[in-house]
Write a protein that binds this ligand. Structure first.
Ligand code: CP
Length: 316
């Protein structure tokens, strides 16, 4: 066995798994494992970020990510402020950069941002000296979702190296798919993406994944499948005539899982469209780890908030 290379976190931001090394991803996952132990104690709190203030700046709806970031910050003893589009000066036309600069002037330490524009988090990270954590930007990346998916897989199956992972569903519109692809391939998984033709972006193979339209083939070989939400609200291409037809062709059912490896892991980032991406029986079934993914999100986000807070900042 070779010793693990010691790695120090240096980045002030988390913008995507594309920009992390394998070692940095593993550092987050290892820290998350320690924080998960904290969350199992009767007193689920540590003073790690006492005196720091975190703003959750959400321009899009969220149940899991926003709540999970808030819980993560509180478990680390940070102060947290939640800002949503509807109740801030964003409504009066203030720009994203001006909003962030004002938050910096208010001595906020970390901005957690969700935005419908790809690249929004990166733009902010360049505009301010404080930390920026991407909580999902357009179709680009959702790094903490990718990390919590990989953390859950590692917990369930041990090493990621050599695992066959199928990502099934709306790949074209999915930031979750991109973060999973970057993270899983860096850690040595064999990734296959599966979707209707129109929902597979051109050139996706260049990211080191296999591509297919045959969901049964993917299920047969997979150690785990990550099933993505059909984003009908973003599907201008009308890739599928109806939800019923999508379910028939790509939906994960108990019948389909009969041909899978014993113990196949079924994941979904949420929110689920039951009866579209998967049946209710599969979502709630023995192979599903969907709610464990949600629980693991807190430890993973604690690790991310802790690590970005340790980075040295340059004067702008
Ligand atoms: N998985 C995920 O991002 O869910 P939310 O939109 O509820 O945050």
């Amino acid at each position: 066995m070779t010793a693990k290379k010691a790695v120090t976190w240096t980045k002030k931001d988390l913008l995507g798994l594309e920009y992390l090394t394998k070692e940095e991803i593993e550092l987050i996952l290892d820290n998350a494992r320690s924080f998960k132990e904290v969350l199992a104690r009767p007193l689920r709190k540590v003073p790690t970020l006492r005196g720091k203030t975190i703003v959750n700046l959400f321009y899009e709806p969220s149940t899991r990510t926003r709540t999970s970031f808030e819980l993560a910050a509180k478990r680390l003893s940070a102060d947290v402020i939640n800002m949503v589009k509807e109740s801030s000066s964003i409504q009066k036309g203030e720009t994203l950069i001006d909003t962030a600069r004002n938050l910096e002037a208010l001595k906020i330490d970390i901005i957690v941002v969700r935005h419908n524009c790809s690249g929004a988090a990166m733009m902010l990270s360049r505009a301010v000296n404080i930390s920026v954590v991407n909580a999902g930007d357009g179709w680009h990346e959702h790094p903490t979702q990718g990390l919590l998916d990989i953390f859950t897989l590692r917990e369930k199956l041990g090493s990621i190296k050599g695992l066959n992972v199928g990502i099934i569903g709306d790949i074209a519109h999915s930031r979750v798919a991109r973060s999973n692809i970057w993270g899983l391939t860096k850690l040595g998984a064999n990734v296959t993406v599966c979707a209707p033709k129109k929902l597979i972006p051109a050139g996706i193979e260049k990211l080191g994944v296999k591509v297919t339209n045959d969901v049964d083939e993917v299920i047969k070989k997979a150690d785990a499948i990550n099933v993505l939400r059909m984003q009908f609200e973003r599907d201008e291409s009308r890739a599928f005539p109806s939800k019923i037809e999508y379910f028939k062709t790509f939906g994960i059912t108990e019948e389909r899982l009969k041909k899978a490896k014993k113990g196949i892991i079924v994941m979904h980032p949420g929110p689920i469209n039951r009866g579209v991406e998967m049946s209710a029986e599969v979502a709630d079934g023995a192979n599903s780890v969907i709610l464990e993914q949600v629980t693991n999100g807190i430890a993973v986000r604690m690790a991310v908030l802790y690590l970005v807070s340790t980075a040295k900042r340059q004067k702008k």
